[in-house]
Design a protein around this ligand. Structure first.
Ligand code: CAA
Length: 396
């Protein structure tokens, strides 16, 4: 049985910071953030936004795009590394906000930025096995990336969610059964202790861990696909390569590594063709952890000028700590038109720029978020209103 993406949805906060402005405020040359890291804008969540509200908004877009009802969803998984509770999963709040059926398997997955991919691959097997019995899986990758004001990681923050509707009617992408290569290694490159809201990272080491994992997963993929060898560069068998994007430059480093493994002498020559379109949206949002690679996928389908119908796309998901997977999918007819119709570029254009003092005030307010007594505030959409009797209260 075929399994793949029927639709997708994206949610980003309505505000952002220009990285050139942030650089000036930190006494850094703007070129370092914009060209050196490859990020133009970084999404900053409002105080009433959290992993739950972003997830619910993205899910609503994916469901509406597919005409999916609340009864159609038989599995709801949220992959996140910025959960709101040690026990209750983000997915339960989302189930409540969306009013999904009680006949649904609902849980959360965690493995840094790989958590959403783990859920997606599991959902794919659920559909292929026939256990789904025609129901769909809603997989949501939702995170708020925080390293703290003034840290080297600060320009690589971001916030957002990507929802993926998985079914036996893939209208966007059909994933290739058995064509996946996994790689896992216990490393301390990036983590977030239970007592901390900010991530701890060994930045330059994390880049090396990412590249080691890419090499391991890429080789494992070739073994699984059983088609190594032959004419030409192996990566030219893909019409596009979508890498996990903590910041745009990391995708360039990843691609150089893949081309080096392929034996290419001019490692940058194929970058614009194979990777460029996937970086348009991420460069405007920053790192959204679990959703980063899927935002890059949405960017490819929305921004590529090439007709990708029937062509193969390679996907590389990396989660620090670490676990990674290289897998592939085939673009379905009308997929690009469907994703373009979501108006994602327009969605990003409509956001408001924050001054650096405004951004710093929001970051400080988020410190006290969980102690905020719930108060009913007028407004639309899914909003986090604070806590009452240790319970998180949401408006819908
Ligand atoms: N103009 C243009 N480029 C400039 C410049 C200027 N004026 N000044 C510096 N640069 C370039 C540098 O040459 C460098 O480029 P290369 O990497 O190609 O050499 C780039 O800007 C960054 O400079 P530094 O390495 O000096 O930057 P840094 O030490 O301040 O930190 C970082 C960079 C390690 C990525 C840091 O931002 C960080 O720790 N980020 C968080 C961790 C992260 O994202 N890791 C990625 C792999 S792990 C992962 O993928 C999981 C995940 O999502 C977290």
């Amino acid at each position: 049985m075929q399994a793949g993406l029927e639709s997708l949805g994206i949610a980003v906060p309505p505000t952002y910071v220009e990285l050139a402005e942030l650089a000036k405020a930190r006494g850094v040359a703007p070129g370092k953030y914009v060209d050196g890291l490859g990020v133009t804008r970084m999404a900053v969540p409002q105080v009433e936004e959290d992993t739950v509200t972003l997830a619910a908004r993205a899910a609503r877009m994916a469901m509406e795009a597919a005409g999916c009802t609340t009864e159609d969803v038989g599995m709801l998984v949220v992959g996140t590394e910025t959960a709101v509770d040690h026990s209750k999963p983000v997915s339960s709040y989302v189930q409540g906000l969306l009013g999904l059926s009680t006949r649904c398997r609902v849980f959360e997955t965690k493995h840094a930025c790989y958590g959403g991919t783990a859920a997606l691959l599991l959902a794919m097997d659920w559909v292929r096995s026939g256990s789904a019995k025609g129901k769909k899986a809603l997989i949501i990758c939702s995170d708020i990336a925080r390293y703290g004001v003034g840290t080297p990681g600060e320009p690589t923050q971001g916030a957002g969610a990507v929802a993926l509707l998985v079914s036996d009617k893939p209208k966007l992408l059909a994933f290739e059964t058995g064509k996946t290569g996994a790689y896992a290694k216990d490393v301390m490159d990036f983590w977030r202790p239970l007592y901390s809201k900010d991530a701890v990272v060994d930045g330059h080491y994390s880049v090396q861990c990412y590249l080691d994992a890419l090499e391991g997963a890429y080789k494992a993929y070739q073994e699984a696909a059983g088609d190594a060898g032959g004419e030409g560069m192996y990566s030219d068998r893909f019409a596009a390569l979508v890498y996990h994007v903590p910041y745009g430059k990391m995708s360039r480093k990843a691609h150089r590594h893949v081309r080096t493994l392929d034996g290419d002498k001019d490692v940058d020559a194929s970058f614009d063709r194979l990777v460029g379109p996937s970086l348009v949206l991420p460069s405007q949002v920053g790192n959204i952890y679990t959703g980063s690679m899927y935002l890059a996928l949405a960017s490819l389908l929305s921004c590529s000028r090439e007709d990708l119908t029937g062509k193969r796309v390679g996907l590389f998901s990396y989660g620090s700590g670490s676990c990674a997977e290289f897998f592939s999918a085939v673009v379905q007819p009308e997929a690009q038109a469907r994703v373009k119709a979501l108006g994602l570029e327009n969605l990003l254009e409509k956001r408001r720029a924050l001054s650096i003092p405004e951004y710093e005030a929001i970051m400080a307010a988020r410190e006290k978020l969980d102690d905020k007594p719930a108060e009913e505030t007028p407004g639309e959409g899914f909003r986090y209103q604070g806590t009452r009797d240790h319970k998180r209260i949401y408006a819908r």
